[in-house]
Ligand binder design. Structure first.
Ligand code: FAD
Length: 423
């Protein structure tokens, strides 16, 4: 049983663990020289409904990556505007920890391996092809999982954003994203709101040491610093184009909200450096990611695959998807949940077993089905969905799915017959 997973962001990593646990041989292909994708620059976990979902996944025995991020958190149970009980994993050290974990589980990880085409046989993918450095490579498999995300290539950031801002994905060095579903002939979808196609990533990182002593100390002690933006500079805050609707709150317009994720995570898509340096404490500020964070950020949510609630891609017999590829689901938690389900169902397909659909009495199952339905409408494609805020968190609360009591969450998972399902 061989599962080939393309894209080693959080979704690809989760899919690989899940498929391996079901007994498959797994090869995980990543075009850059590090795994975790955009997870290399994020860090926020367990805020709002993400807490519930992390506990659901632990109860379903799909919680390895949540255990790793919990263990590697710099701050736990902190609060920043609108976001209680958040944890911040250390983005500077997370990647090697996850990589070692995957290698320890027997995963075949191929870095600097960019897939650029597929070989089809009827409605099935036979193999994916591409290059490792300059060498041509080909990976045949029984089932494939597209976890290539939705960020890049640079042309996308130029067309729909402010140009390549030189983000962590480093497309000019490693080659841009290539979608496996699209290569297999699937017509993909784009998120859109008004004239904006896709959405701009909603945070950037500053070198912590480029900030004032007072801010550094605050970050170390509380994990968060909220610094008022002088009224004359508030027009520089561009929240409406953000991918992360959950942070498009007035507090984020009137203040610089900074989180300690190893670096200083600035919760705004970009902020002109000259203006930023006029704010007390930021006189020497410098961007760490994207390098041109004074001008823009990456554009995401173009190129999502139509899929069902088992995460099988419509129109290709043996292709699953997860993470941002599976719809307008924003976040590491969201990528891990969908990755876990995709990896599980990929192996069930090989074994000829019935696919798993997570029940709608769990936030995980409800979100996967809800986002799929929303993606079928134009209005629905105008939103982004996350357990951590905005429209989906509201739905979670209305449906009584939000809880921060692990015992209660375990009982709910048990009642749904899902305890240990991913073990
Ligand atoms: C700046 C920024 C900050 C963020 N902060 C947070 C946060 O604090 N908390 C949170 O929960 N979420 C955050 N997010 C969102 C979150 O990172 C993503 O929604 C989630 O991690 C997406 O995971 P993914 O695996 O679907 O995709 P990605 O992370 O985009 O990973 C896709 C991977 O596929 C690889 N790839 C693409 N094409 C190919 C190919 N053809 N061959 C081989 N490899 C390929 C890419 O190199 C990449 O590594 C942030 C996002 C950004 C951009």
């Amino acid at each position: 049983m061989k599962v080939v997973i393309v894209g080693a962001g959080w979704a690809g990593c989760a899919a690989s663990i899940s498929a391996r646990k079901q007994g498959a041989e797994v090869v995980l292909l990543e075009r850059t020289d590090m795994i975790l994708g955009t997870g290399l620059v994020g860090g926020i976990m367990r805020n709002n409904g993400r807490f519930t979902v992390a506990e659901e996944m632990l109860a379903m025995s799909g919680g390895e990556l949540f255990q790793l991020t919990d263990q590697n958190s710099l701050h736990r149970s902190i609060e920043f505007p609108g976001h209680p009980h958040a944890s911040l994993y250390n983005v500077a050290t997370m990647e090697p920890i996850v990589k070692r974990f995957l290698l320890g589980r027997g995963m075949d990880i191929r870095l600097s391996t960019r897939v650029d085409d597929v070989e089809m046989a009827g409605g099935r993918i036979k193999a994916v092809t591409g290059k490792t450095g300059e060498e041509k490579v080909r990976f045949a498999g029984d089932v494939f999982i597209d976890t290539t995300g939705t960020a890049g290539p640079p042309g996308q950031c130029t067309k729909y954003g402010n140009g390549c801002a030189m983000c962590i994905l480093r497309c000019p060095s490693f080659g841009g994203r290539v979608s496996i579903a699209a290569k297999a002939g699937v017509k993909e979808m784009a998120g859109r709101k008004g004239n904006q196609v896709g959405a701009m990533s909603g945070s950037c990182k500053l070198f912590k040491e480029s900030l004032s002593r007072e801010i550094i100390d605050k970050l170390g002690k509380y994990g968060v610093a909220v610094i008022p933006i002088p009224a004359t500079l508030q027009s520089e805050v561009k929240l409406s184009i953000k991918a992360c609707q959950q942070y498009a709150l007035p507090e984020f317009h009137e203040n610089l909200v900074i989180l300690d994720s190893g670096h200083a995570k600035l919760m705004t898509p970009f902020f002109p450096l000259g203006a930023l340096r006029k704010i007390p404490g930021f006189e020497n500020a410098r961007y760490e990611d994207p390098y041109a964070g004074g001008r823009g950020n990456s554009i995401r949510y173009i190129g999502m695959a139509p899929r069902d609630d088992t995460l099988k891609v419509a129109g290709v017999e043996n292709l699953f998807c997860a993470g941002e590829k599976a719809g307008l689901l924003v976040g590491h938690t969201e990528a891990i949940v969908t990755g876990t389900l995709a990896g599980y169902n990929a192996v069930r397909q090989i074994k000829g077993e019935k696919f798993l659909i997570l029940p709608s009495t769990l936030a995980t199952g409800d979100a996967i089905a809800h986002v799929r339905a929303q993606m079928e409408t134009e209005e629905g494609r105008g939103y982004k969905y996350t357990f951590s805020g905005s429209v989906y968190f509201e739905r979670m609360k209305q449906k009584g799915l939000y809880s921060i009591e692990p015992g209660e969450i375990q009982k709910r998972v048990d009642k749904a017959g899902m305890t240990g399902i991913f073990s």
